[in-house]
Structure formats: C-alpha cells, structure tokens
Design a protein around this ligand. Structure first.
Ligand code: CP
Length: 313
C-alpha cells in the first residue's frame, strides 16, 4: 500500500502534486456545499495515541467532506489501558477492514510499525520527534499561496528543533522544493549534525531572522524534555521569543507561521501572533483540512480503482 509516513523520500513532483490537489479542496471548503462523495462507503479510522486539536479535527472534517465513514478511536477509553500492545491494537483495527488509518503516536517509528501490519494505507499524523508530513504539506501550501513560490525563499525555523517532528518534515520538504532553510535554536535544543538536513544553524535569533521571508515558530515541547535542561520561560522569551521588535530584522513582507498549539509569551508575543497582515497561523489551520483531503483522496485511489497517482507522470 501507498502510505504517507514522512516527507523524507518524497520526490518534488509528488509534493507538488499533493499541493495542487489540495488547492481544489480549499475552494470546496470555502463553498456552501462542502461535500464530495468520492470516499463514500470507505471507512477511515483515526487512532490518536497523543493529544491533538488541529490534526485530529481536520482529519475528521477532511474524511467527512469526502464522504467517508470516519471513526475516532478514543485511546483513553481503549483496551490499551488494560495492557493490550500496540501491535495487537493494530491487528484489531485491521480486522475491521478499514480503508485508511490515520495515526498519531508519541514514539518515533510507531506509525511505520503499524503500517507494516495492516492491509490499508496509513497516514502519519505525527510520530514522536520523527515526522509530521501533513503539517509540512499544509505549511508549504500556506507559503505557496501567500508568496507565490517556495524556491529561493529564506525560511527560518525557530525554537525547540530538537524535539520537533514539524521541523524535520519541513526540513525535508523545503529542501526538496529549493528553499534556503535556517534552523534557529538555543544550543541545548539544536540537534547534533543538523547540517545533514541541508540547513544552516543559528544560535543567535537576530542573526537567524535577518532578511527572512518566512519565520516558523515552534513550541517548547516540555513533555519531551524529561530530565533535559529546560530554560525558564522568561529567559527563553528574552533570547528566542518572536517579538515585534525582533521581527524588524526580517524582510519587510515576512510571513509569520506557527503550527500550534502556541504558548503566547513563551515563543511568540501576542501582538505578533495576532498581526493579521503578517501572521498566517489561522490560514495554516484552514490549509490543514485541504491538504488532508488531498492525502486521503490520493492514498485511497488504488483501492477505489482510480488510476494510481504515480500513473500521472
Ligand atoms: N500542529 C498540530 O499538530 O497541532 P495538534 O497537536 O493540535 O494536532
């Protein structure tokens, strides 16, 4: 089956194809009739083993707008609480003949493991610190619509890069589409060997933001920092918070992005988050539905008997 486990390994034309498909779903989602029946009679299971607002809700809305029967597995009330393993849970879901499974898990690689055990396409909705491919796709769609292109843009990704699957997926995608990517983080939150992603590392925020066309802010992922050095929020905001003053060093038409959830006053000043001219944060959420519709449609084409997307080139 064609799965979407990460951006790594996708070819630029595959990324471009998913983004073009998503454009169509932006239009449908803005219309009064938000419905297309192409996934009618298909069953979509969303299995989120980690909290989510945006990703879970947008995958549910995306499936429903395409006519699928969407079921959300509630992990809190599932039998995993009684000791059932992840693999047994996967086999249980598989026995119900789903046509697509969307999974979020706190362990890197868990989604790929489940994908290897089931008989339908699996979409990664975020696994540990590994990848969050639909987030990178929705970010790219937002940038492309606002800036008209991705190639050649200077994109600064700032904050807790060490723990961020969003940063990793964006590094792969932006490199594939030819952006100039900077990683801005304190030394303690900068992964070793980050140059292998083709990005330039900055530990000084002002230097990293200079001339940037796009700034993506990341949340401090305290839940993944067991025992590690954790800066005080005040100290962190002082050195790495995106303030209106700091934004002045970036390009005149800089686009401010954040995948959410935001911690106002920690990594981003409220005034910047709410600046409707420069902030694309709510637009990112809107693009999330469209991108997920595109991914659900494209990945289920083979089982619907529609020409596989790879047949298009
Ligand atoms: N951006 C993102 O993944 O948000 P959620 O954790 O709310 O899904």
């Amino acid at each position: 089956h064609a799965h979407l486990l990460g951006i790594e390994g996708l070819k630029p034309w595959e990324i471009g194809f998913l983004l073009s498909e998503a454009e169509h779903w932006v239009e449908l989602s803005r219309s009064a009739h938000k419905r297309d029946e192409r996934l009618a009679s298909l069953t979509q299971i969303n299995a989120f083993f980690e909290n989510s607002t945006r990703t879970l809700l947008s995958f549910e809305i995306a499936g429903k707008r395409l006519g699928a029967d969407v079921v959300n597995m509630s992990v809190q009330s599932s039998s995993m609480k009684k000791g059932e393993t992840l693999l047994d849970t996967a086999l249980t879901l598989n026995a119900m003949h789903p046509d697509v499974i969307v999974i979020r898990h706190d362990a890197s690689g868990a989604v790929a493991l489940i994908a290897s055990k089931v008989d339908c396409p699996v979409l990664n909705a975020g696994d540990g610190r590994h990848e969050h491919p639909t987030q990178a796709l929705l970010d790219a769609l937002t940038i492309r619509r606002r800036k008209g292109r991705i190639e050649g843009l200077k994109v600064a990704i700032c904050g807790d890069i060490l723990h961020s699957r969003v940063a990793r997926s964006n590094f792969h995608l932006l490199a594939a589409l030819g952006a100039e990517v900077r990683a801005v983080a304190p030394p303690t939150l900068m992964p070793a060997g980050i140059e292998r992603f083709g990005v330039t590392a900055f530990t000084d925020m002002d230097a990293g933001l200079e001339g940037a066309d796009v700034i993506m802010m990341l949340r401090l992922q305290r839940e993944r920092m067991a025992g590690a050095y954790l800066p005080s929020e005040r100290e962190y905001f002082h050195f790495y918070g995106l303030t209106a003053k700091r934004l002045a060093t970036a390009g005149d038409n800089v686009l401010v992005m954040h995948p959410g959830p935001m911690n106002r006053g920690v990594e981003i000043e409220s005034q910047v988050a709410d600046d409707i001219a420069r902030s694309a944060i709510t637009e990112q959420v809107e693009m999330g539905v469209a991108v997920r519709m595109a991914c659900l449609d494209v990945l289920t084409r083979a089982r619907r008997g529609v020409a596989d997307w790879e047949a298009r080139v």
